[in-house]
Design a protein around this ligand. Structure first.
Ligand code: ATP
Length: 367
């Protein structure tokens, strides 16, 4: 096992940078997830670590070794792609053994290792089958097994679950996490799925347009996003964003006003009169029973909204509401026993401790 360190890695195609000044260090044995929207450069980073792509500039270390000029096959990393790429004419056992044969391991050792890996991934009973006789999930496990059998220093996984259906994806995700606990190989995992990122990662690296936006533990990024992109990327349904203007201790949303607590006022003094974005997660909005509108109090943030869509999800109800004069439709997570209908005008209370304020232009988190 080994750590992986990237130092100012840039990769340009023609003159445009697919990734720019990427620096992070994955400590030995940790599970890190690179996440971001399509085209943000995740695969380019992974392929650069694997040696399938050459950095235009920067340094890459595996353990203490500078590997910039070391070819892929000598880097002792194993990469699993989303399409598994199993050898169709070989059995599962032969697929698992192939990498070891190429490395000239002796027959007994190969057999032992193949059996051990097959048992740990619950594919022992499939060893004599060919890939086309396997389900998607089983093929996926064989692909992982082939990589594990080599006992690489580093494991690189590029969207390995994206071809699986939802149930199988959940199961395999849980297996992968358990497997990592057991085997403890340094793992770098690429996905555009924020649920996978949140559930699997020791640390998440959030990317956008070839640049790192934030690195941190899942919960801490969720609680303290550095900018609007990160805030809206993590969380499902995503954080609601409302256009607002700060004026003299009040946040104006459409024609409505939210009274700011003192801590806000200090932070937002410099932004008086400015247009800003207000962020609030669906779980931090409470629907309060319809009641006469009264003046907002210092400790309350209420809005009048119109119910547009009601989606019962079993454990809760997702309510989509239009915020008058803003053009924004917000998501709210309501309890399963909430009774309301499309067309209702309702009152919602925003949790003032969970409000975010972003710079409208840079997206930077102000509060
Ligand atoms: P996805 O989630 O869609 O796979 P990604 O985050 O993995 O995306 P990359 O595949 O790393 O993104 O691509 C990053 C950027 O680099 C994209 O704009 C892509 O078009 C560009 N790119 C990648 N490979 C090449 C190449 N060989 N030639 C030119 N441009 C490339």
């Amino acid at each position: 096992m080994a750590s992986v360190k990237l130092e100012n890695i840039t990769r340009k195609f023609n003159s445009s940078a697919a990734i720019e000044n990427i620096s992070f260090e994955v400590p030995d044995g940790e599970f890190w997830v690179l996440v971001g929207p399509s085209g943000c450069g995740k695969s380019t980073i992974l392929r650069t670590i694997a040696g399938l792509e050459t950095a235009t500039s920067g340094n890459l270390y595996i353990g203490d070794v500078l590997v910039n000029n070391i070819p892929a096959r000598q880097r002792d990393v194993a990469m699993v792609f989303q399409n598994y790429a199993l050898y169709p004419h070989m059995t599962v056992a032969q697929n698992l053994a192939f990498g070891l044969q190429m490395r000239k391991f002796d027959g007994k050792k190969i057999q032992k290792r193949v059996e051990k890996v097959a048992r740990s991934l619950d594919i022992f009973h499939l060893l004599d089958r060919k890939p086309k006789q396997l389900s998607g999930g089983q093929q996926q496990r064989v692909a992982l097994g082939r990589a594990i059998a080599r006992e690489p220093q580093v494991f690189l996984l590029d969207e390995p679950l994206s071809n699986l259906d939802a149930q199988l994806r959940d199961d395999t995700r849980a297996e992968l996490k358990e497997l990592h606990h057991r085997v403890g190989i340094t793992t770098i995992y690429v996905t555009h799925d924020q649920v996978e990122a949140m559930t699997l990662a020791d640390q998440i690296v959030i990317l956008n347009q070839g640049k790192i936006q934030q690195i941190g533990a899942p919960q801490s990024i969720y609680a303290r996003p550095t900018n609007r992109m990160v805030a809206t990327f993590l969380g499902s349904p995503p954080m609601n964003i409302l256009p607002t203007t700060y004026q003299d201790g009040w946040l104006r949303v459409g024609e409505q006003f939210i009274a700011c607590p003192p801590s806000f006022k200090d932070k937002l003094k410099l932004n008086d009169g400015q247009q800003l974005d207000l962020g609030i997660r669906p779980e931090n909005i409470e629907i309060i029973e319809p009641q006469p509108v009264r003046e907002s109090q210092e400790d309350e943030a209420k809005l009048v909204v119109d119910v547009k869509v009601v989606e019962p999800l079993g454990r809760e109800i997702l309510v989509r509401v239009a915020v008058p004069q803003t053009g924004v439709v917000m998501n709210i997570q309501a309890p399963a026993n909430w009774r309301g209908n499309v067309g209702d005008r309702i009152y919602v209370k925003l949790d003032l401790n969970q409000l975010f304020i972003f710079n409208i232009t840079t997206g930077e988190t102000i509060y």
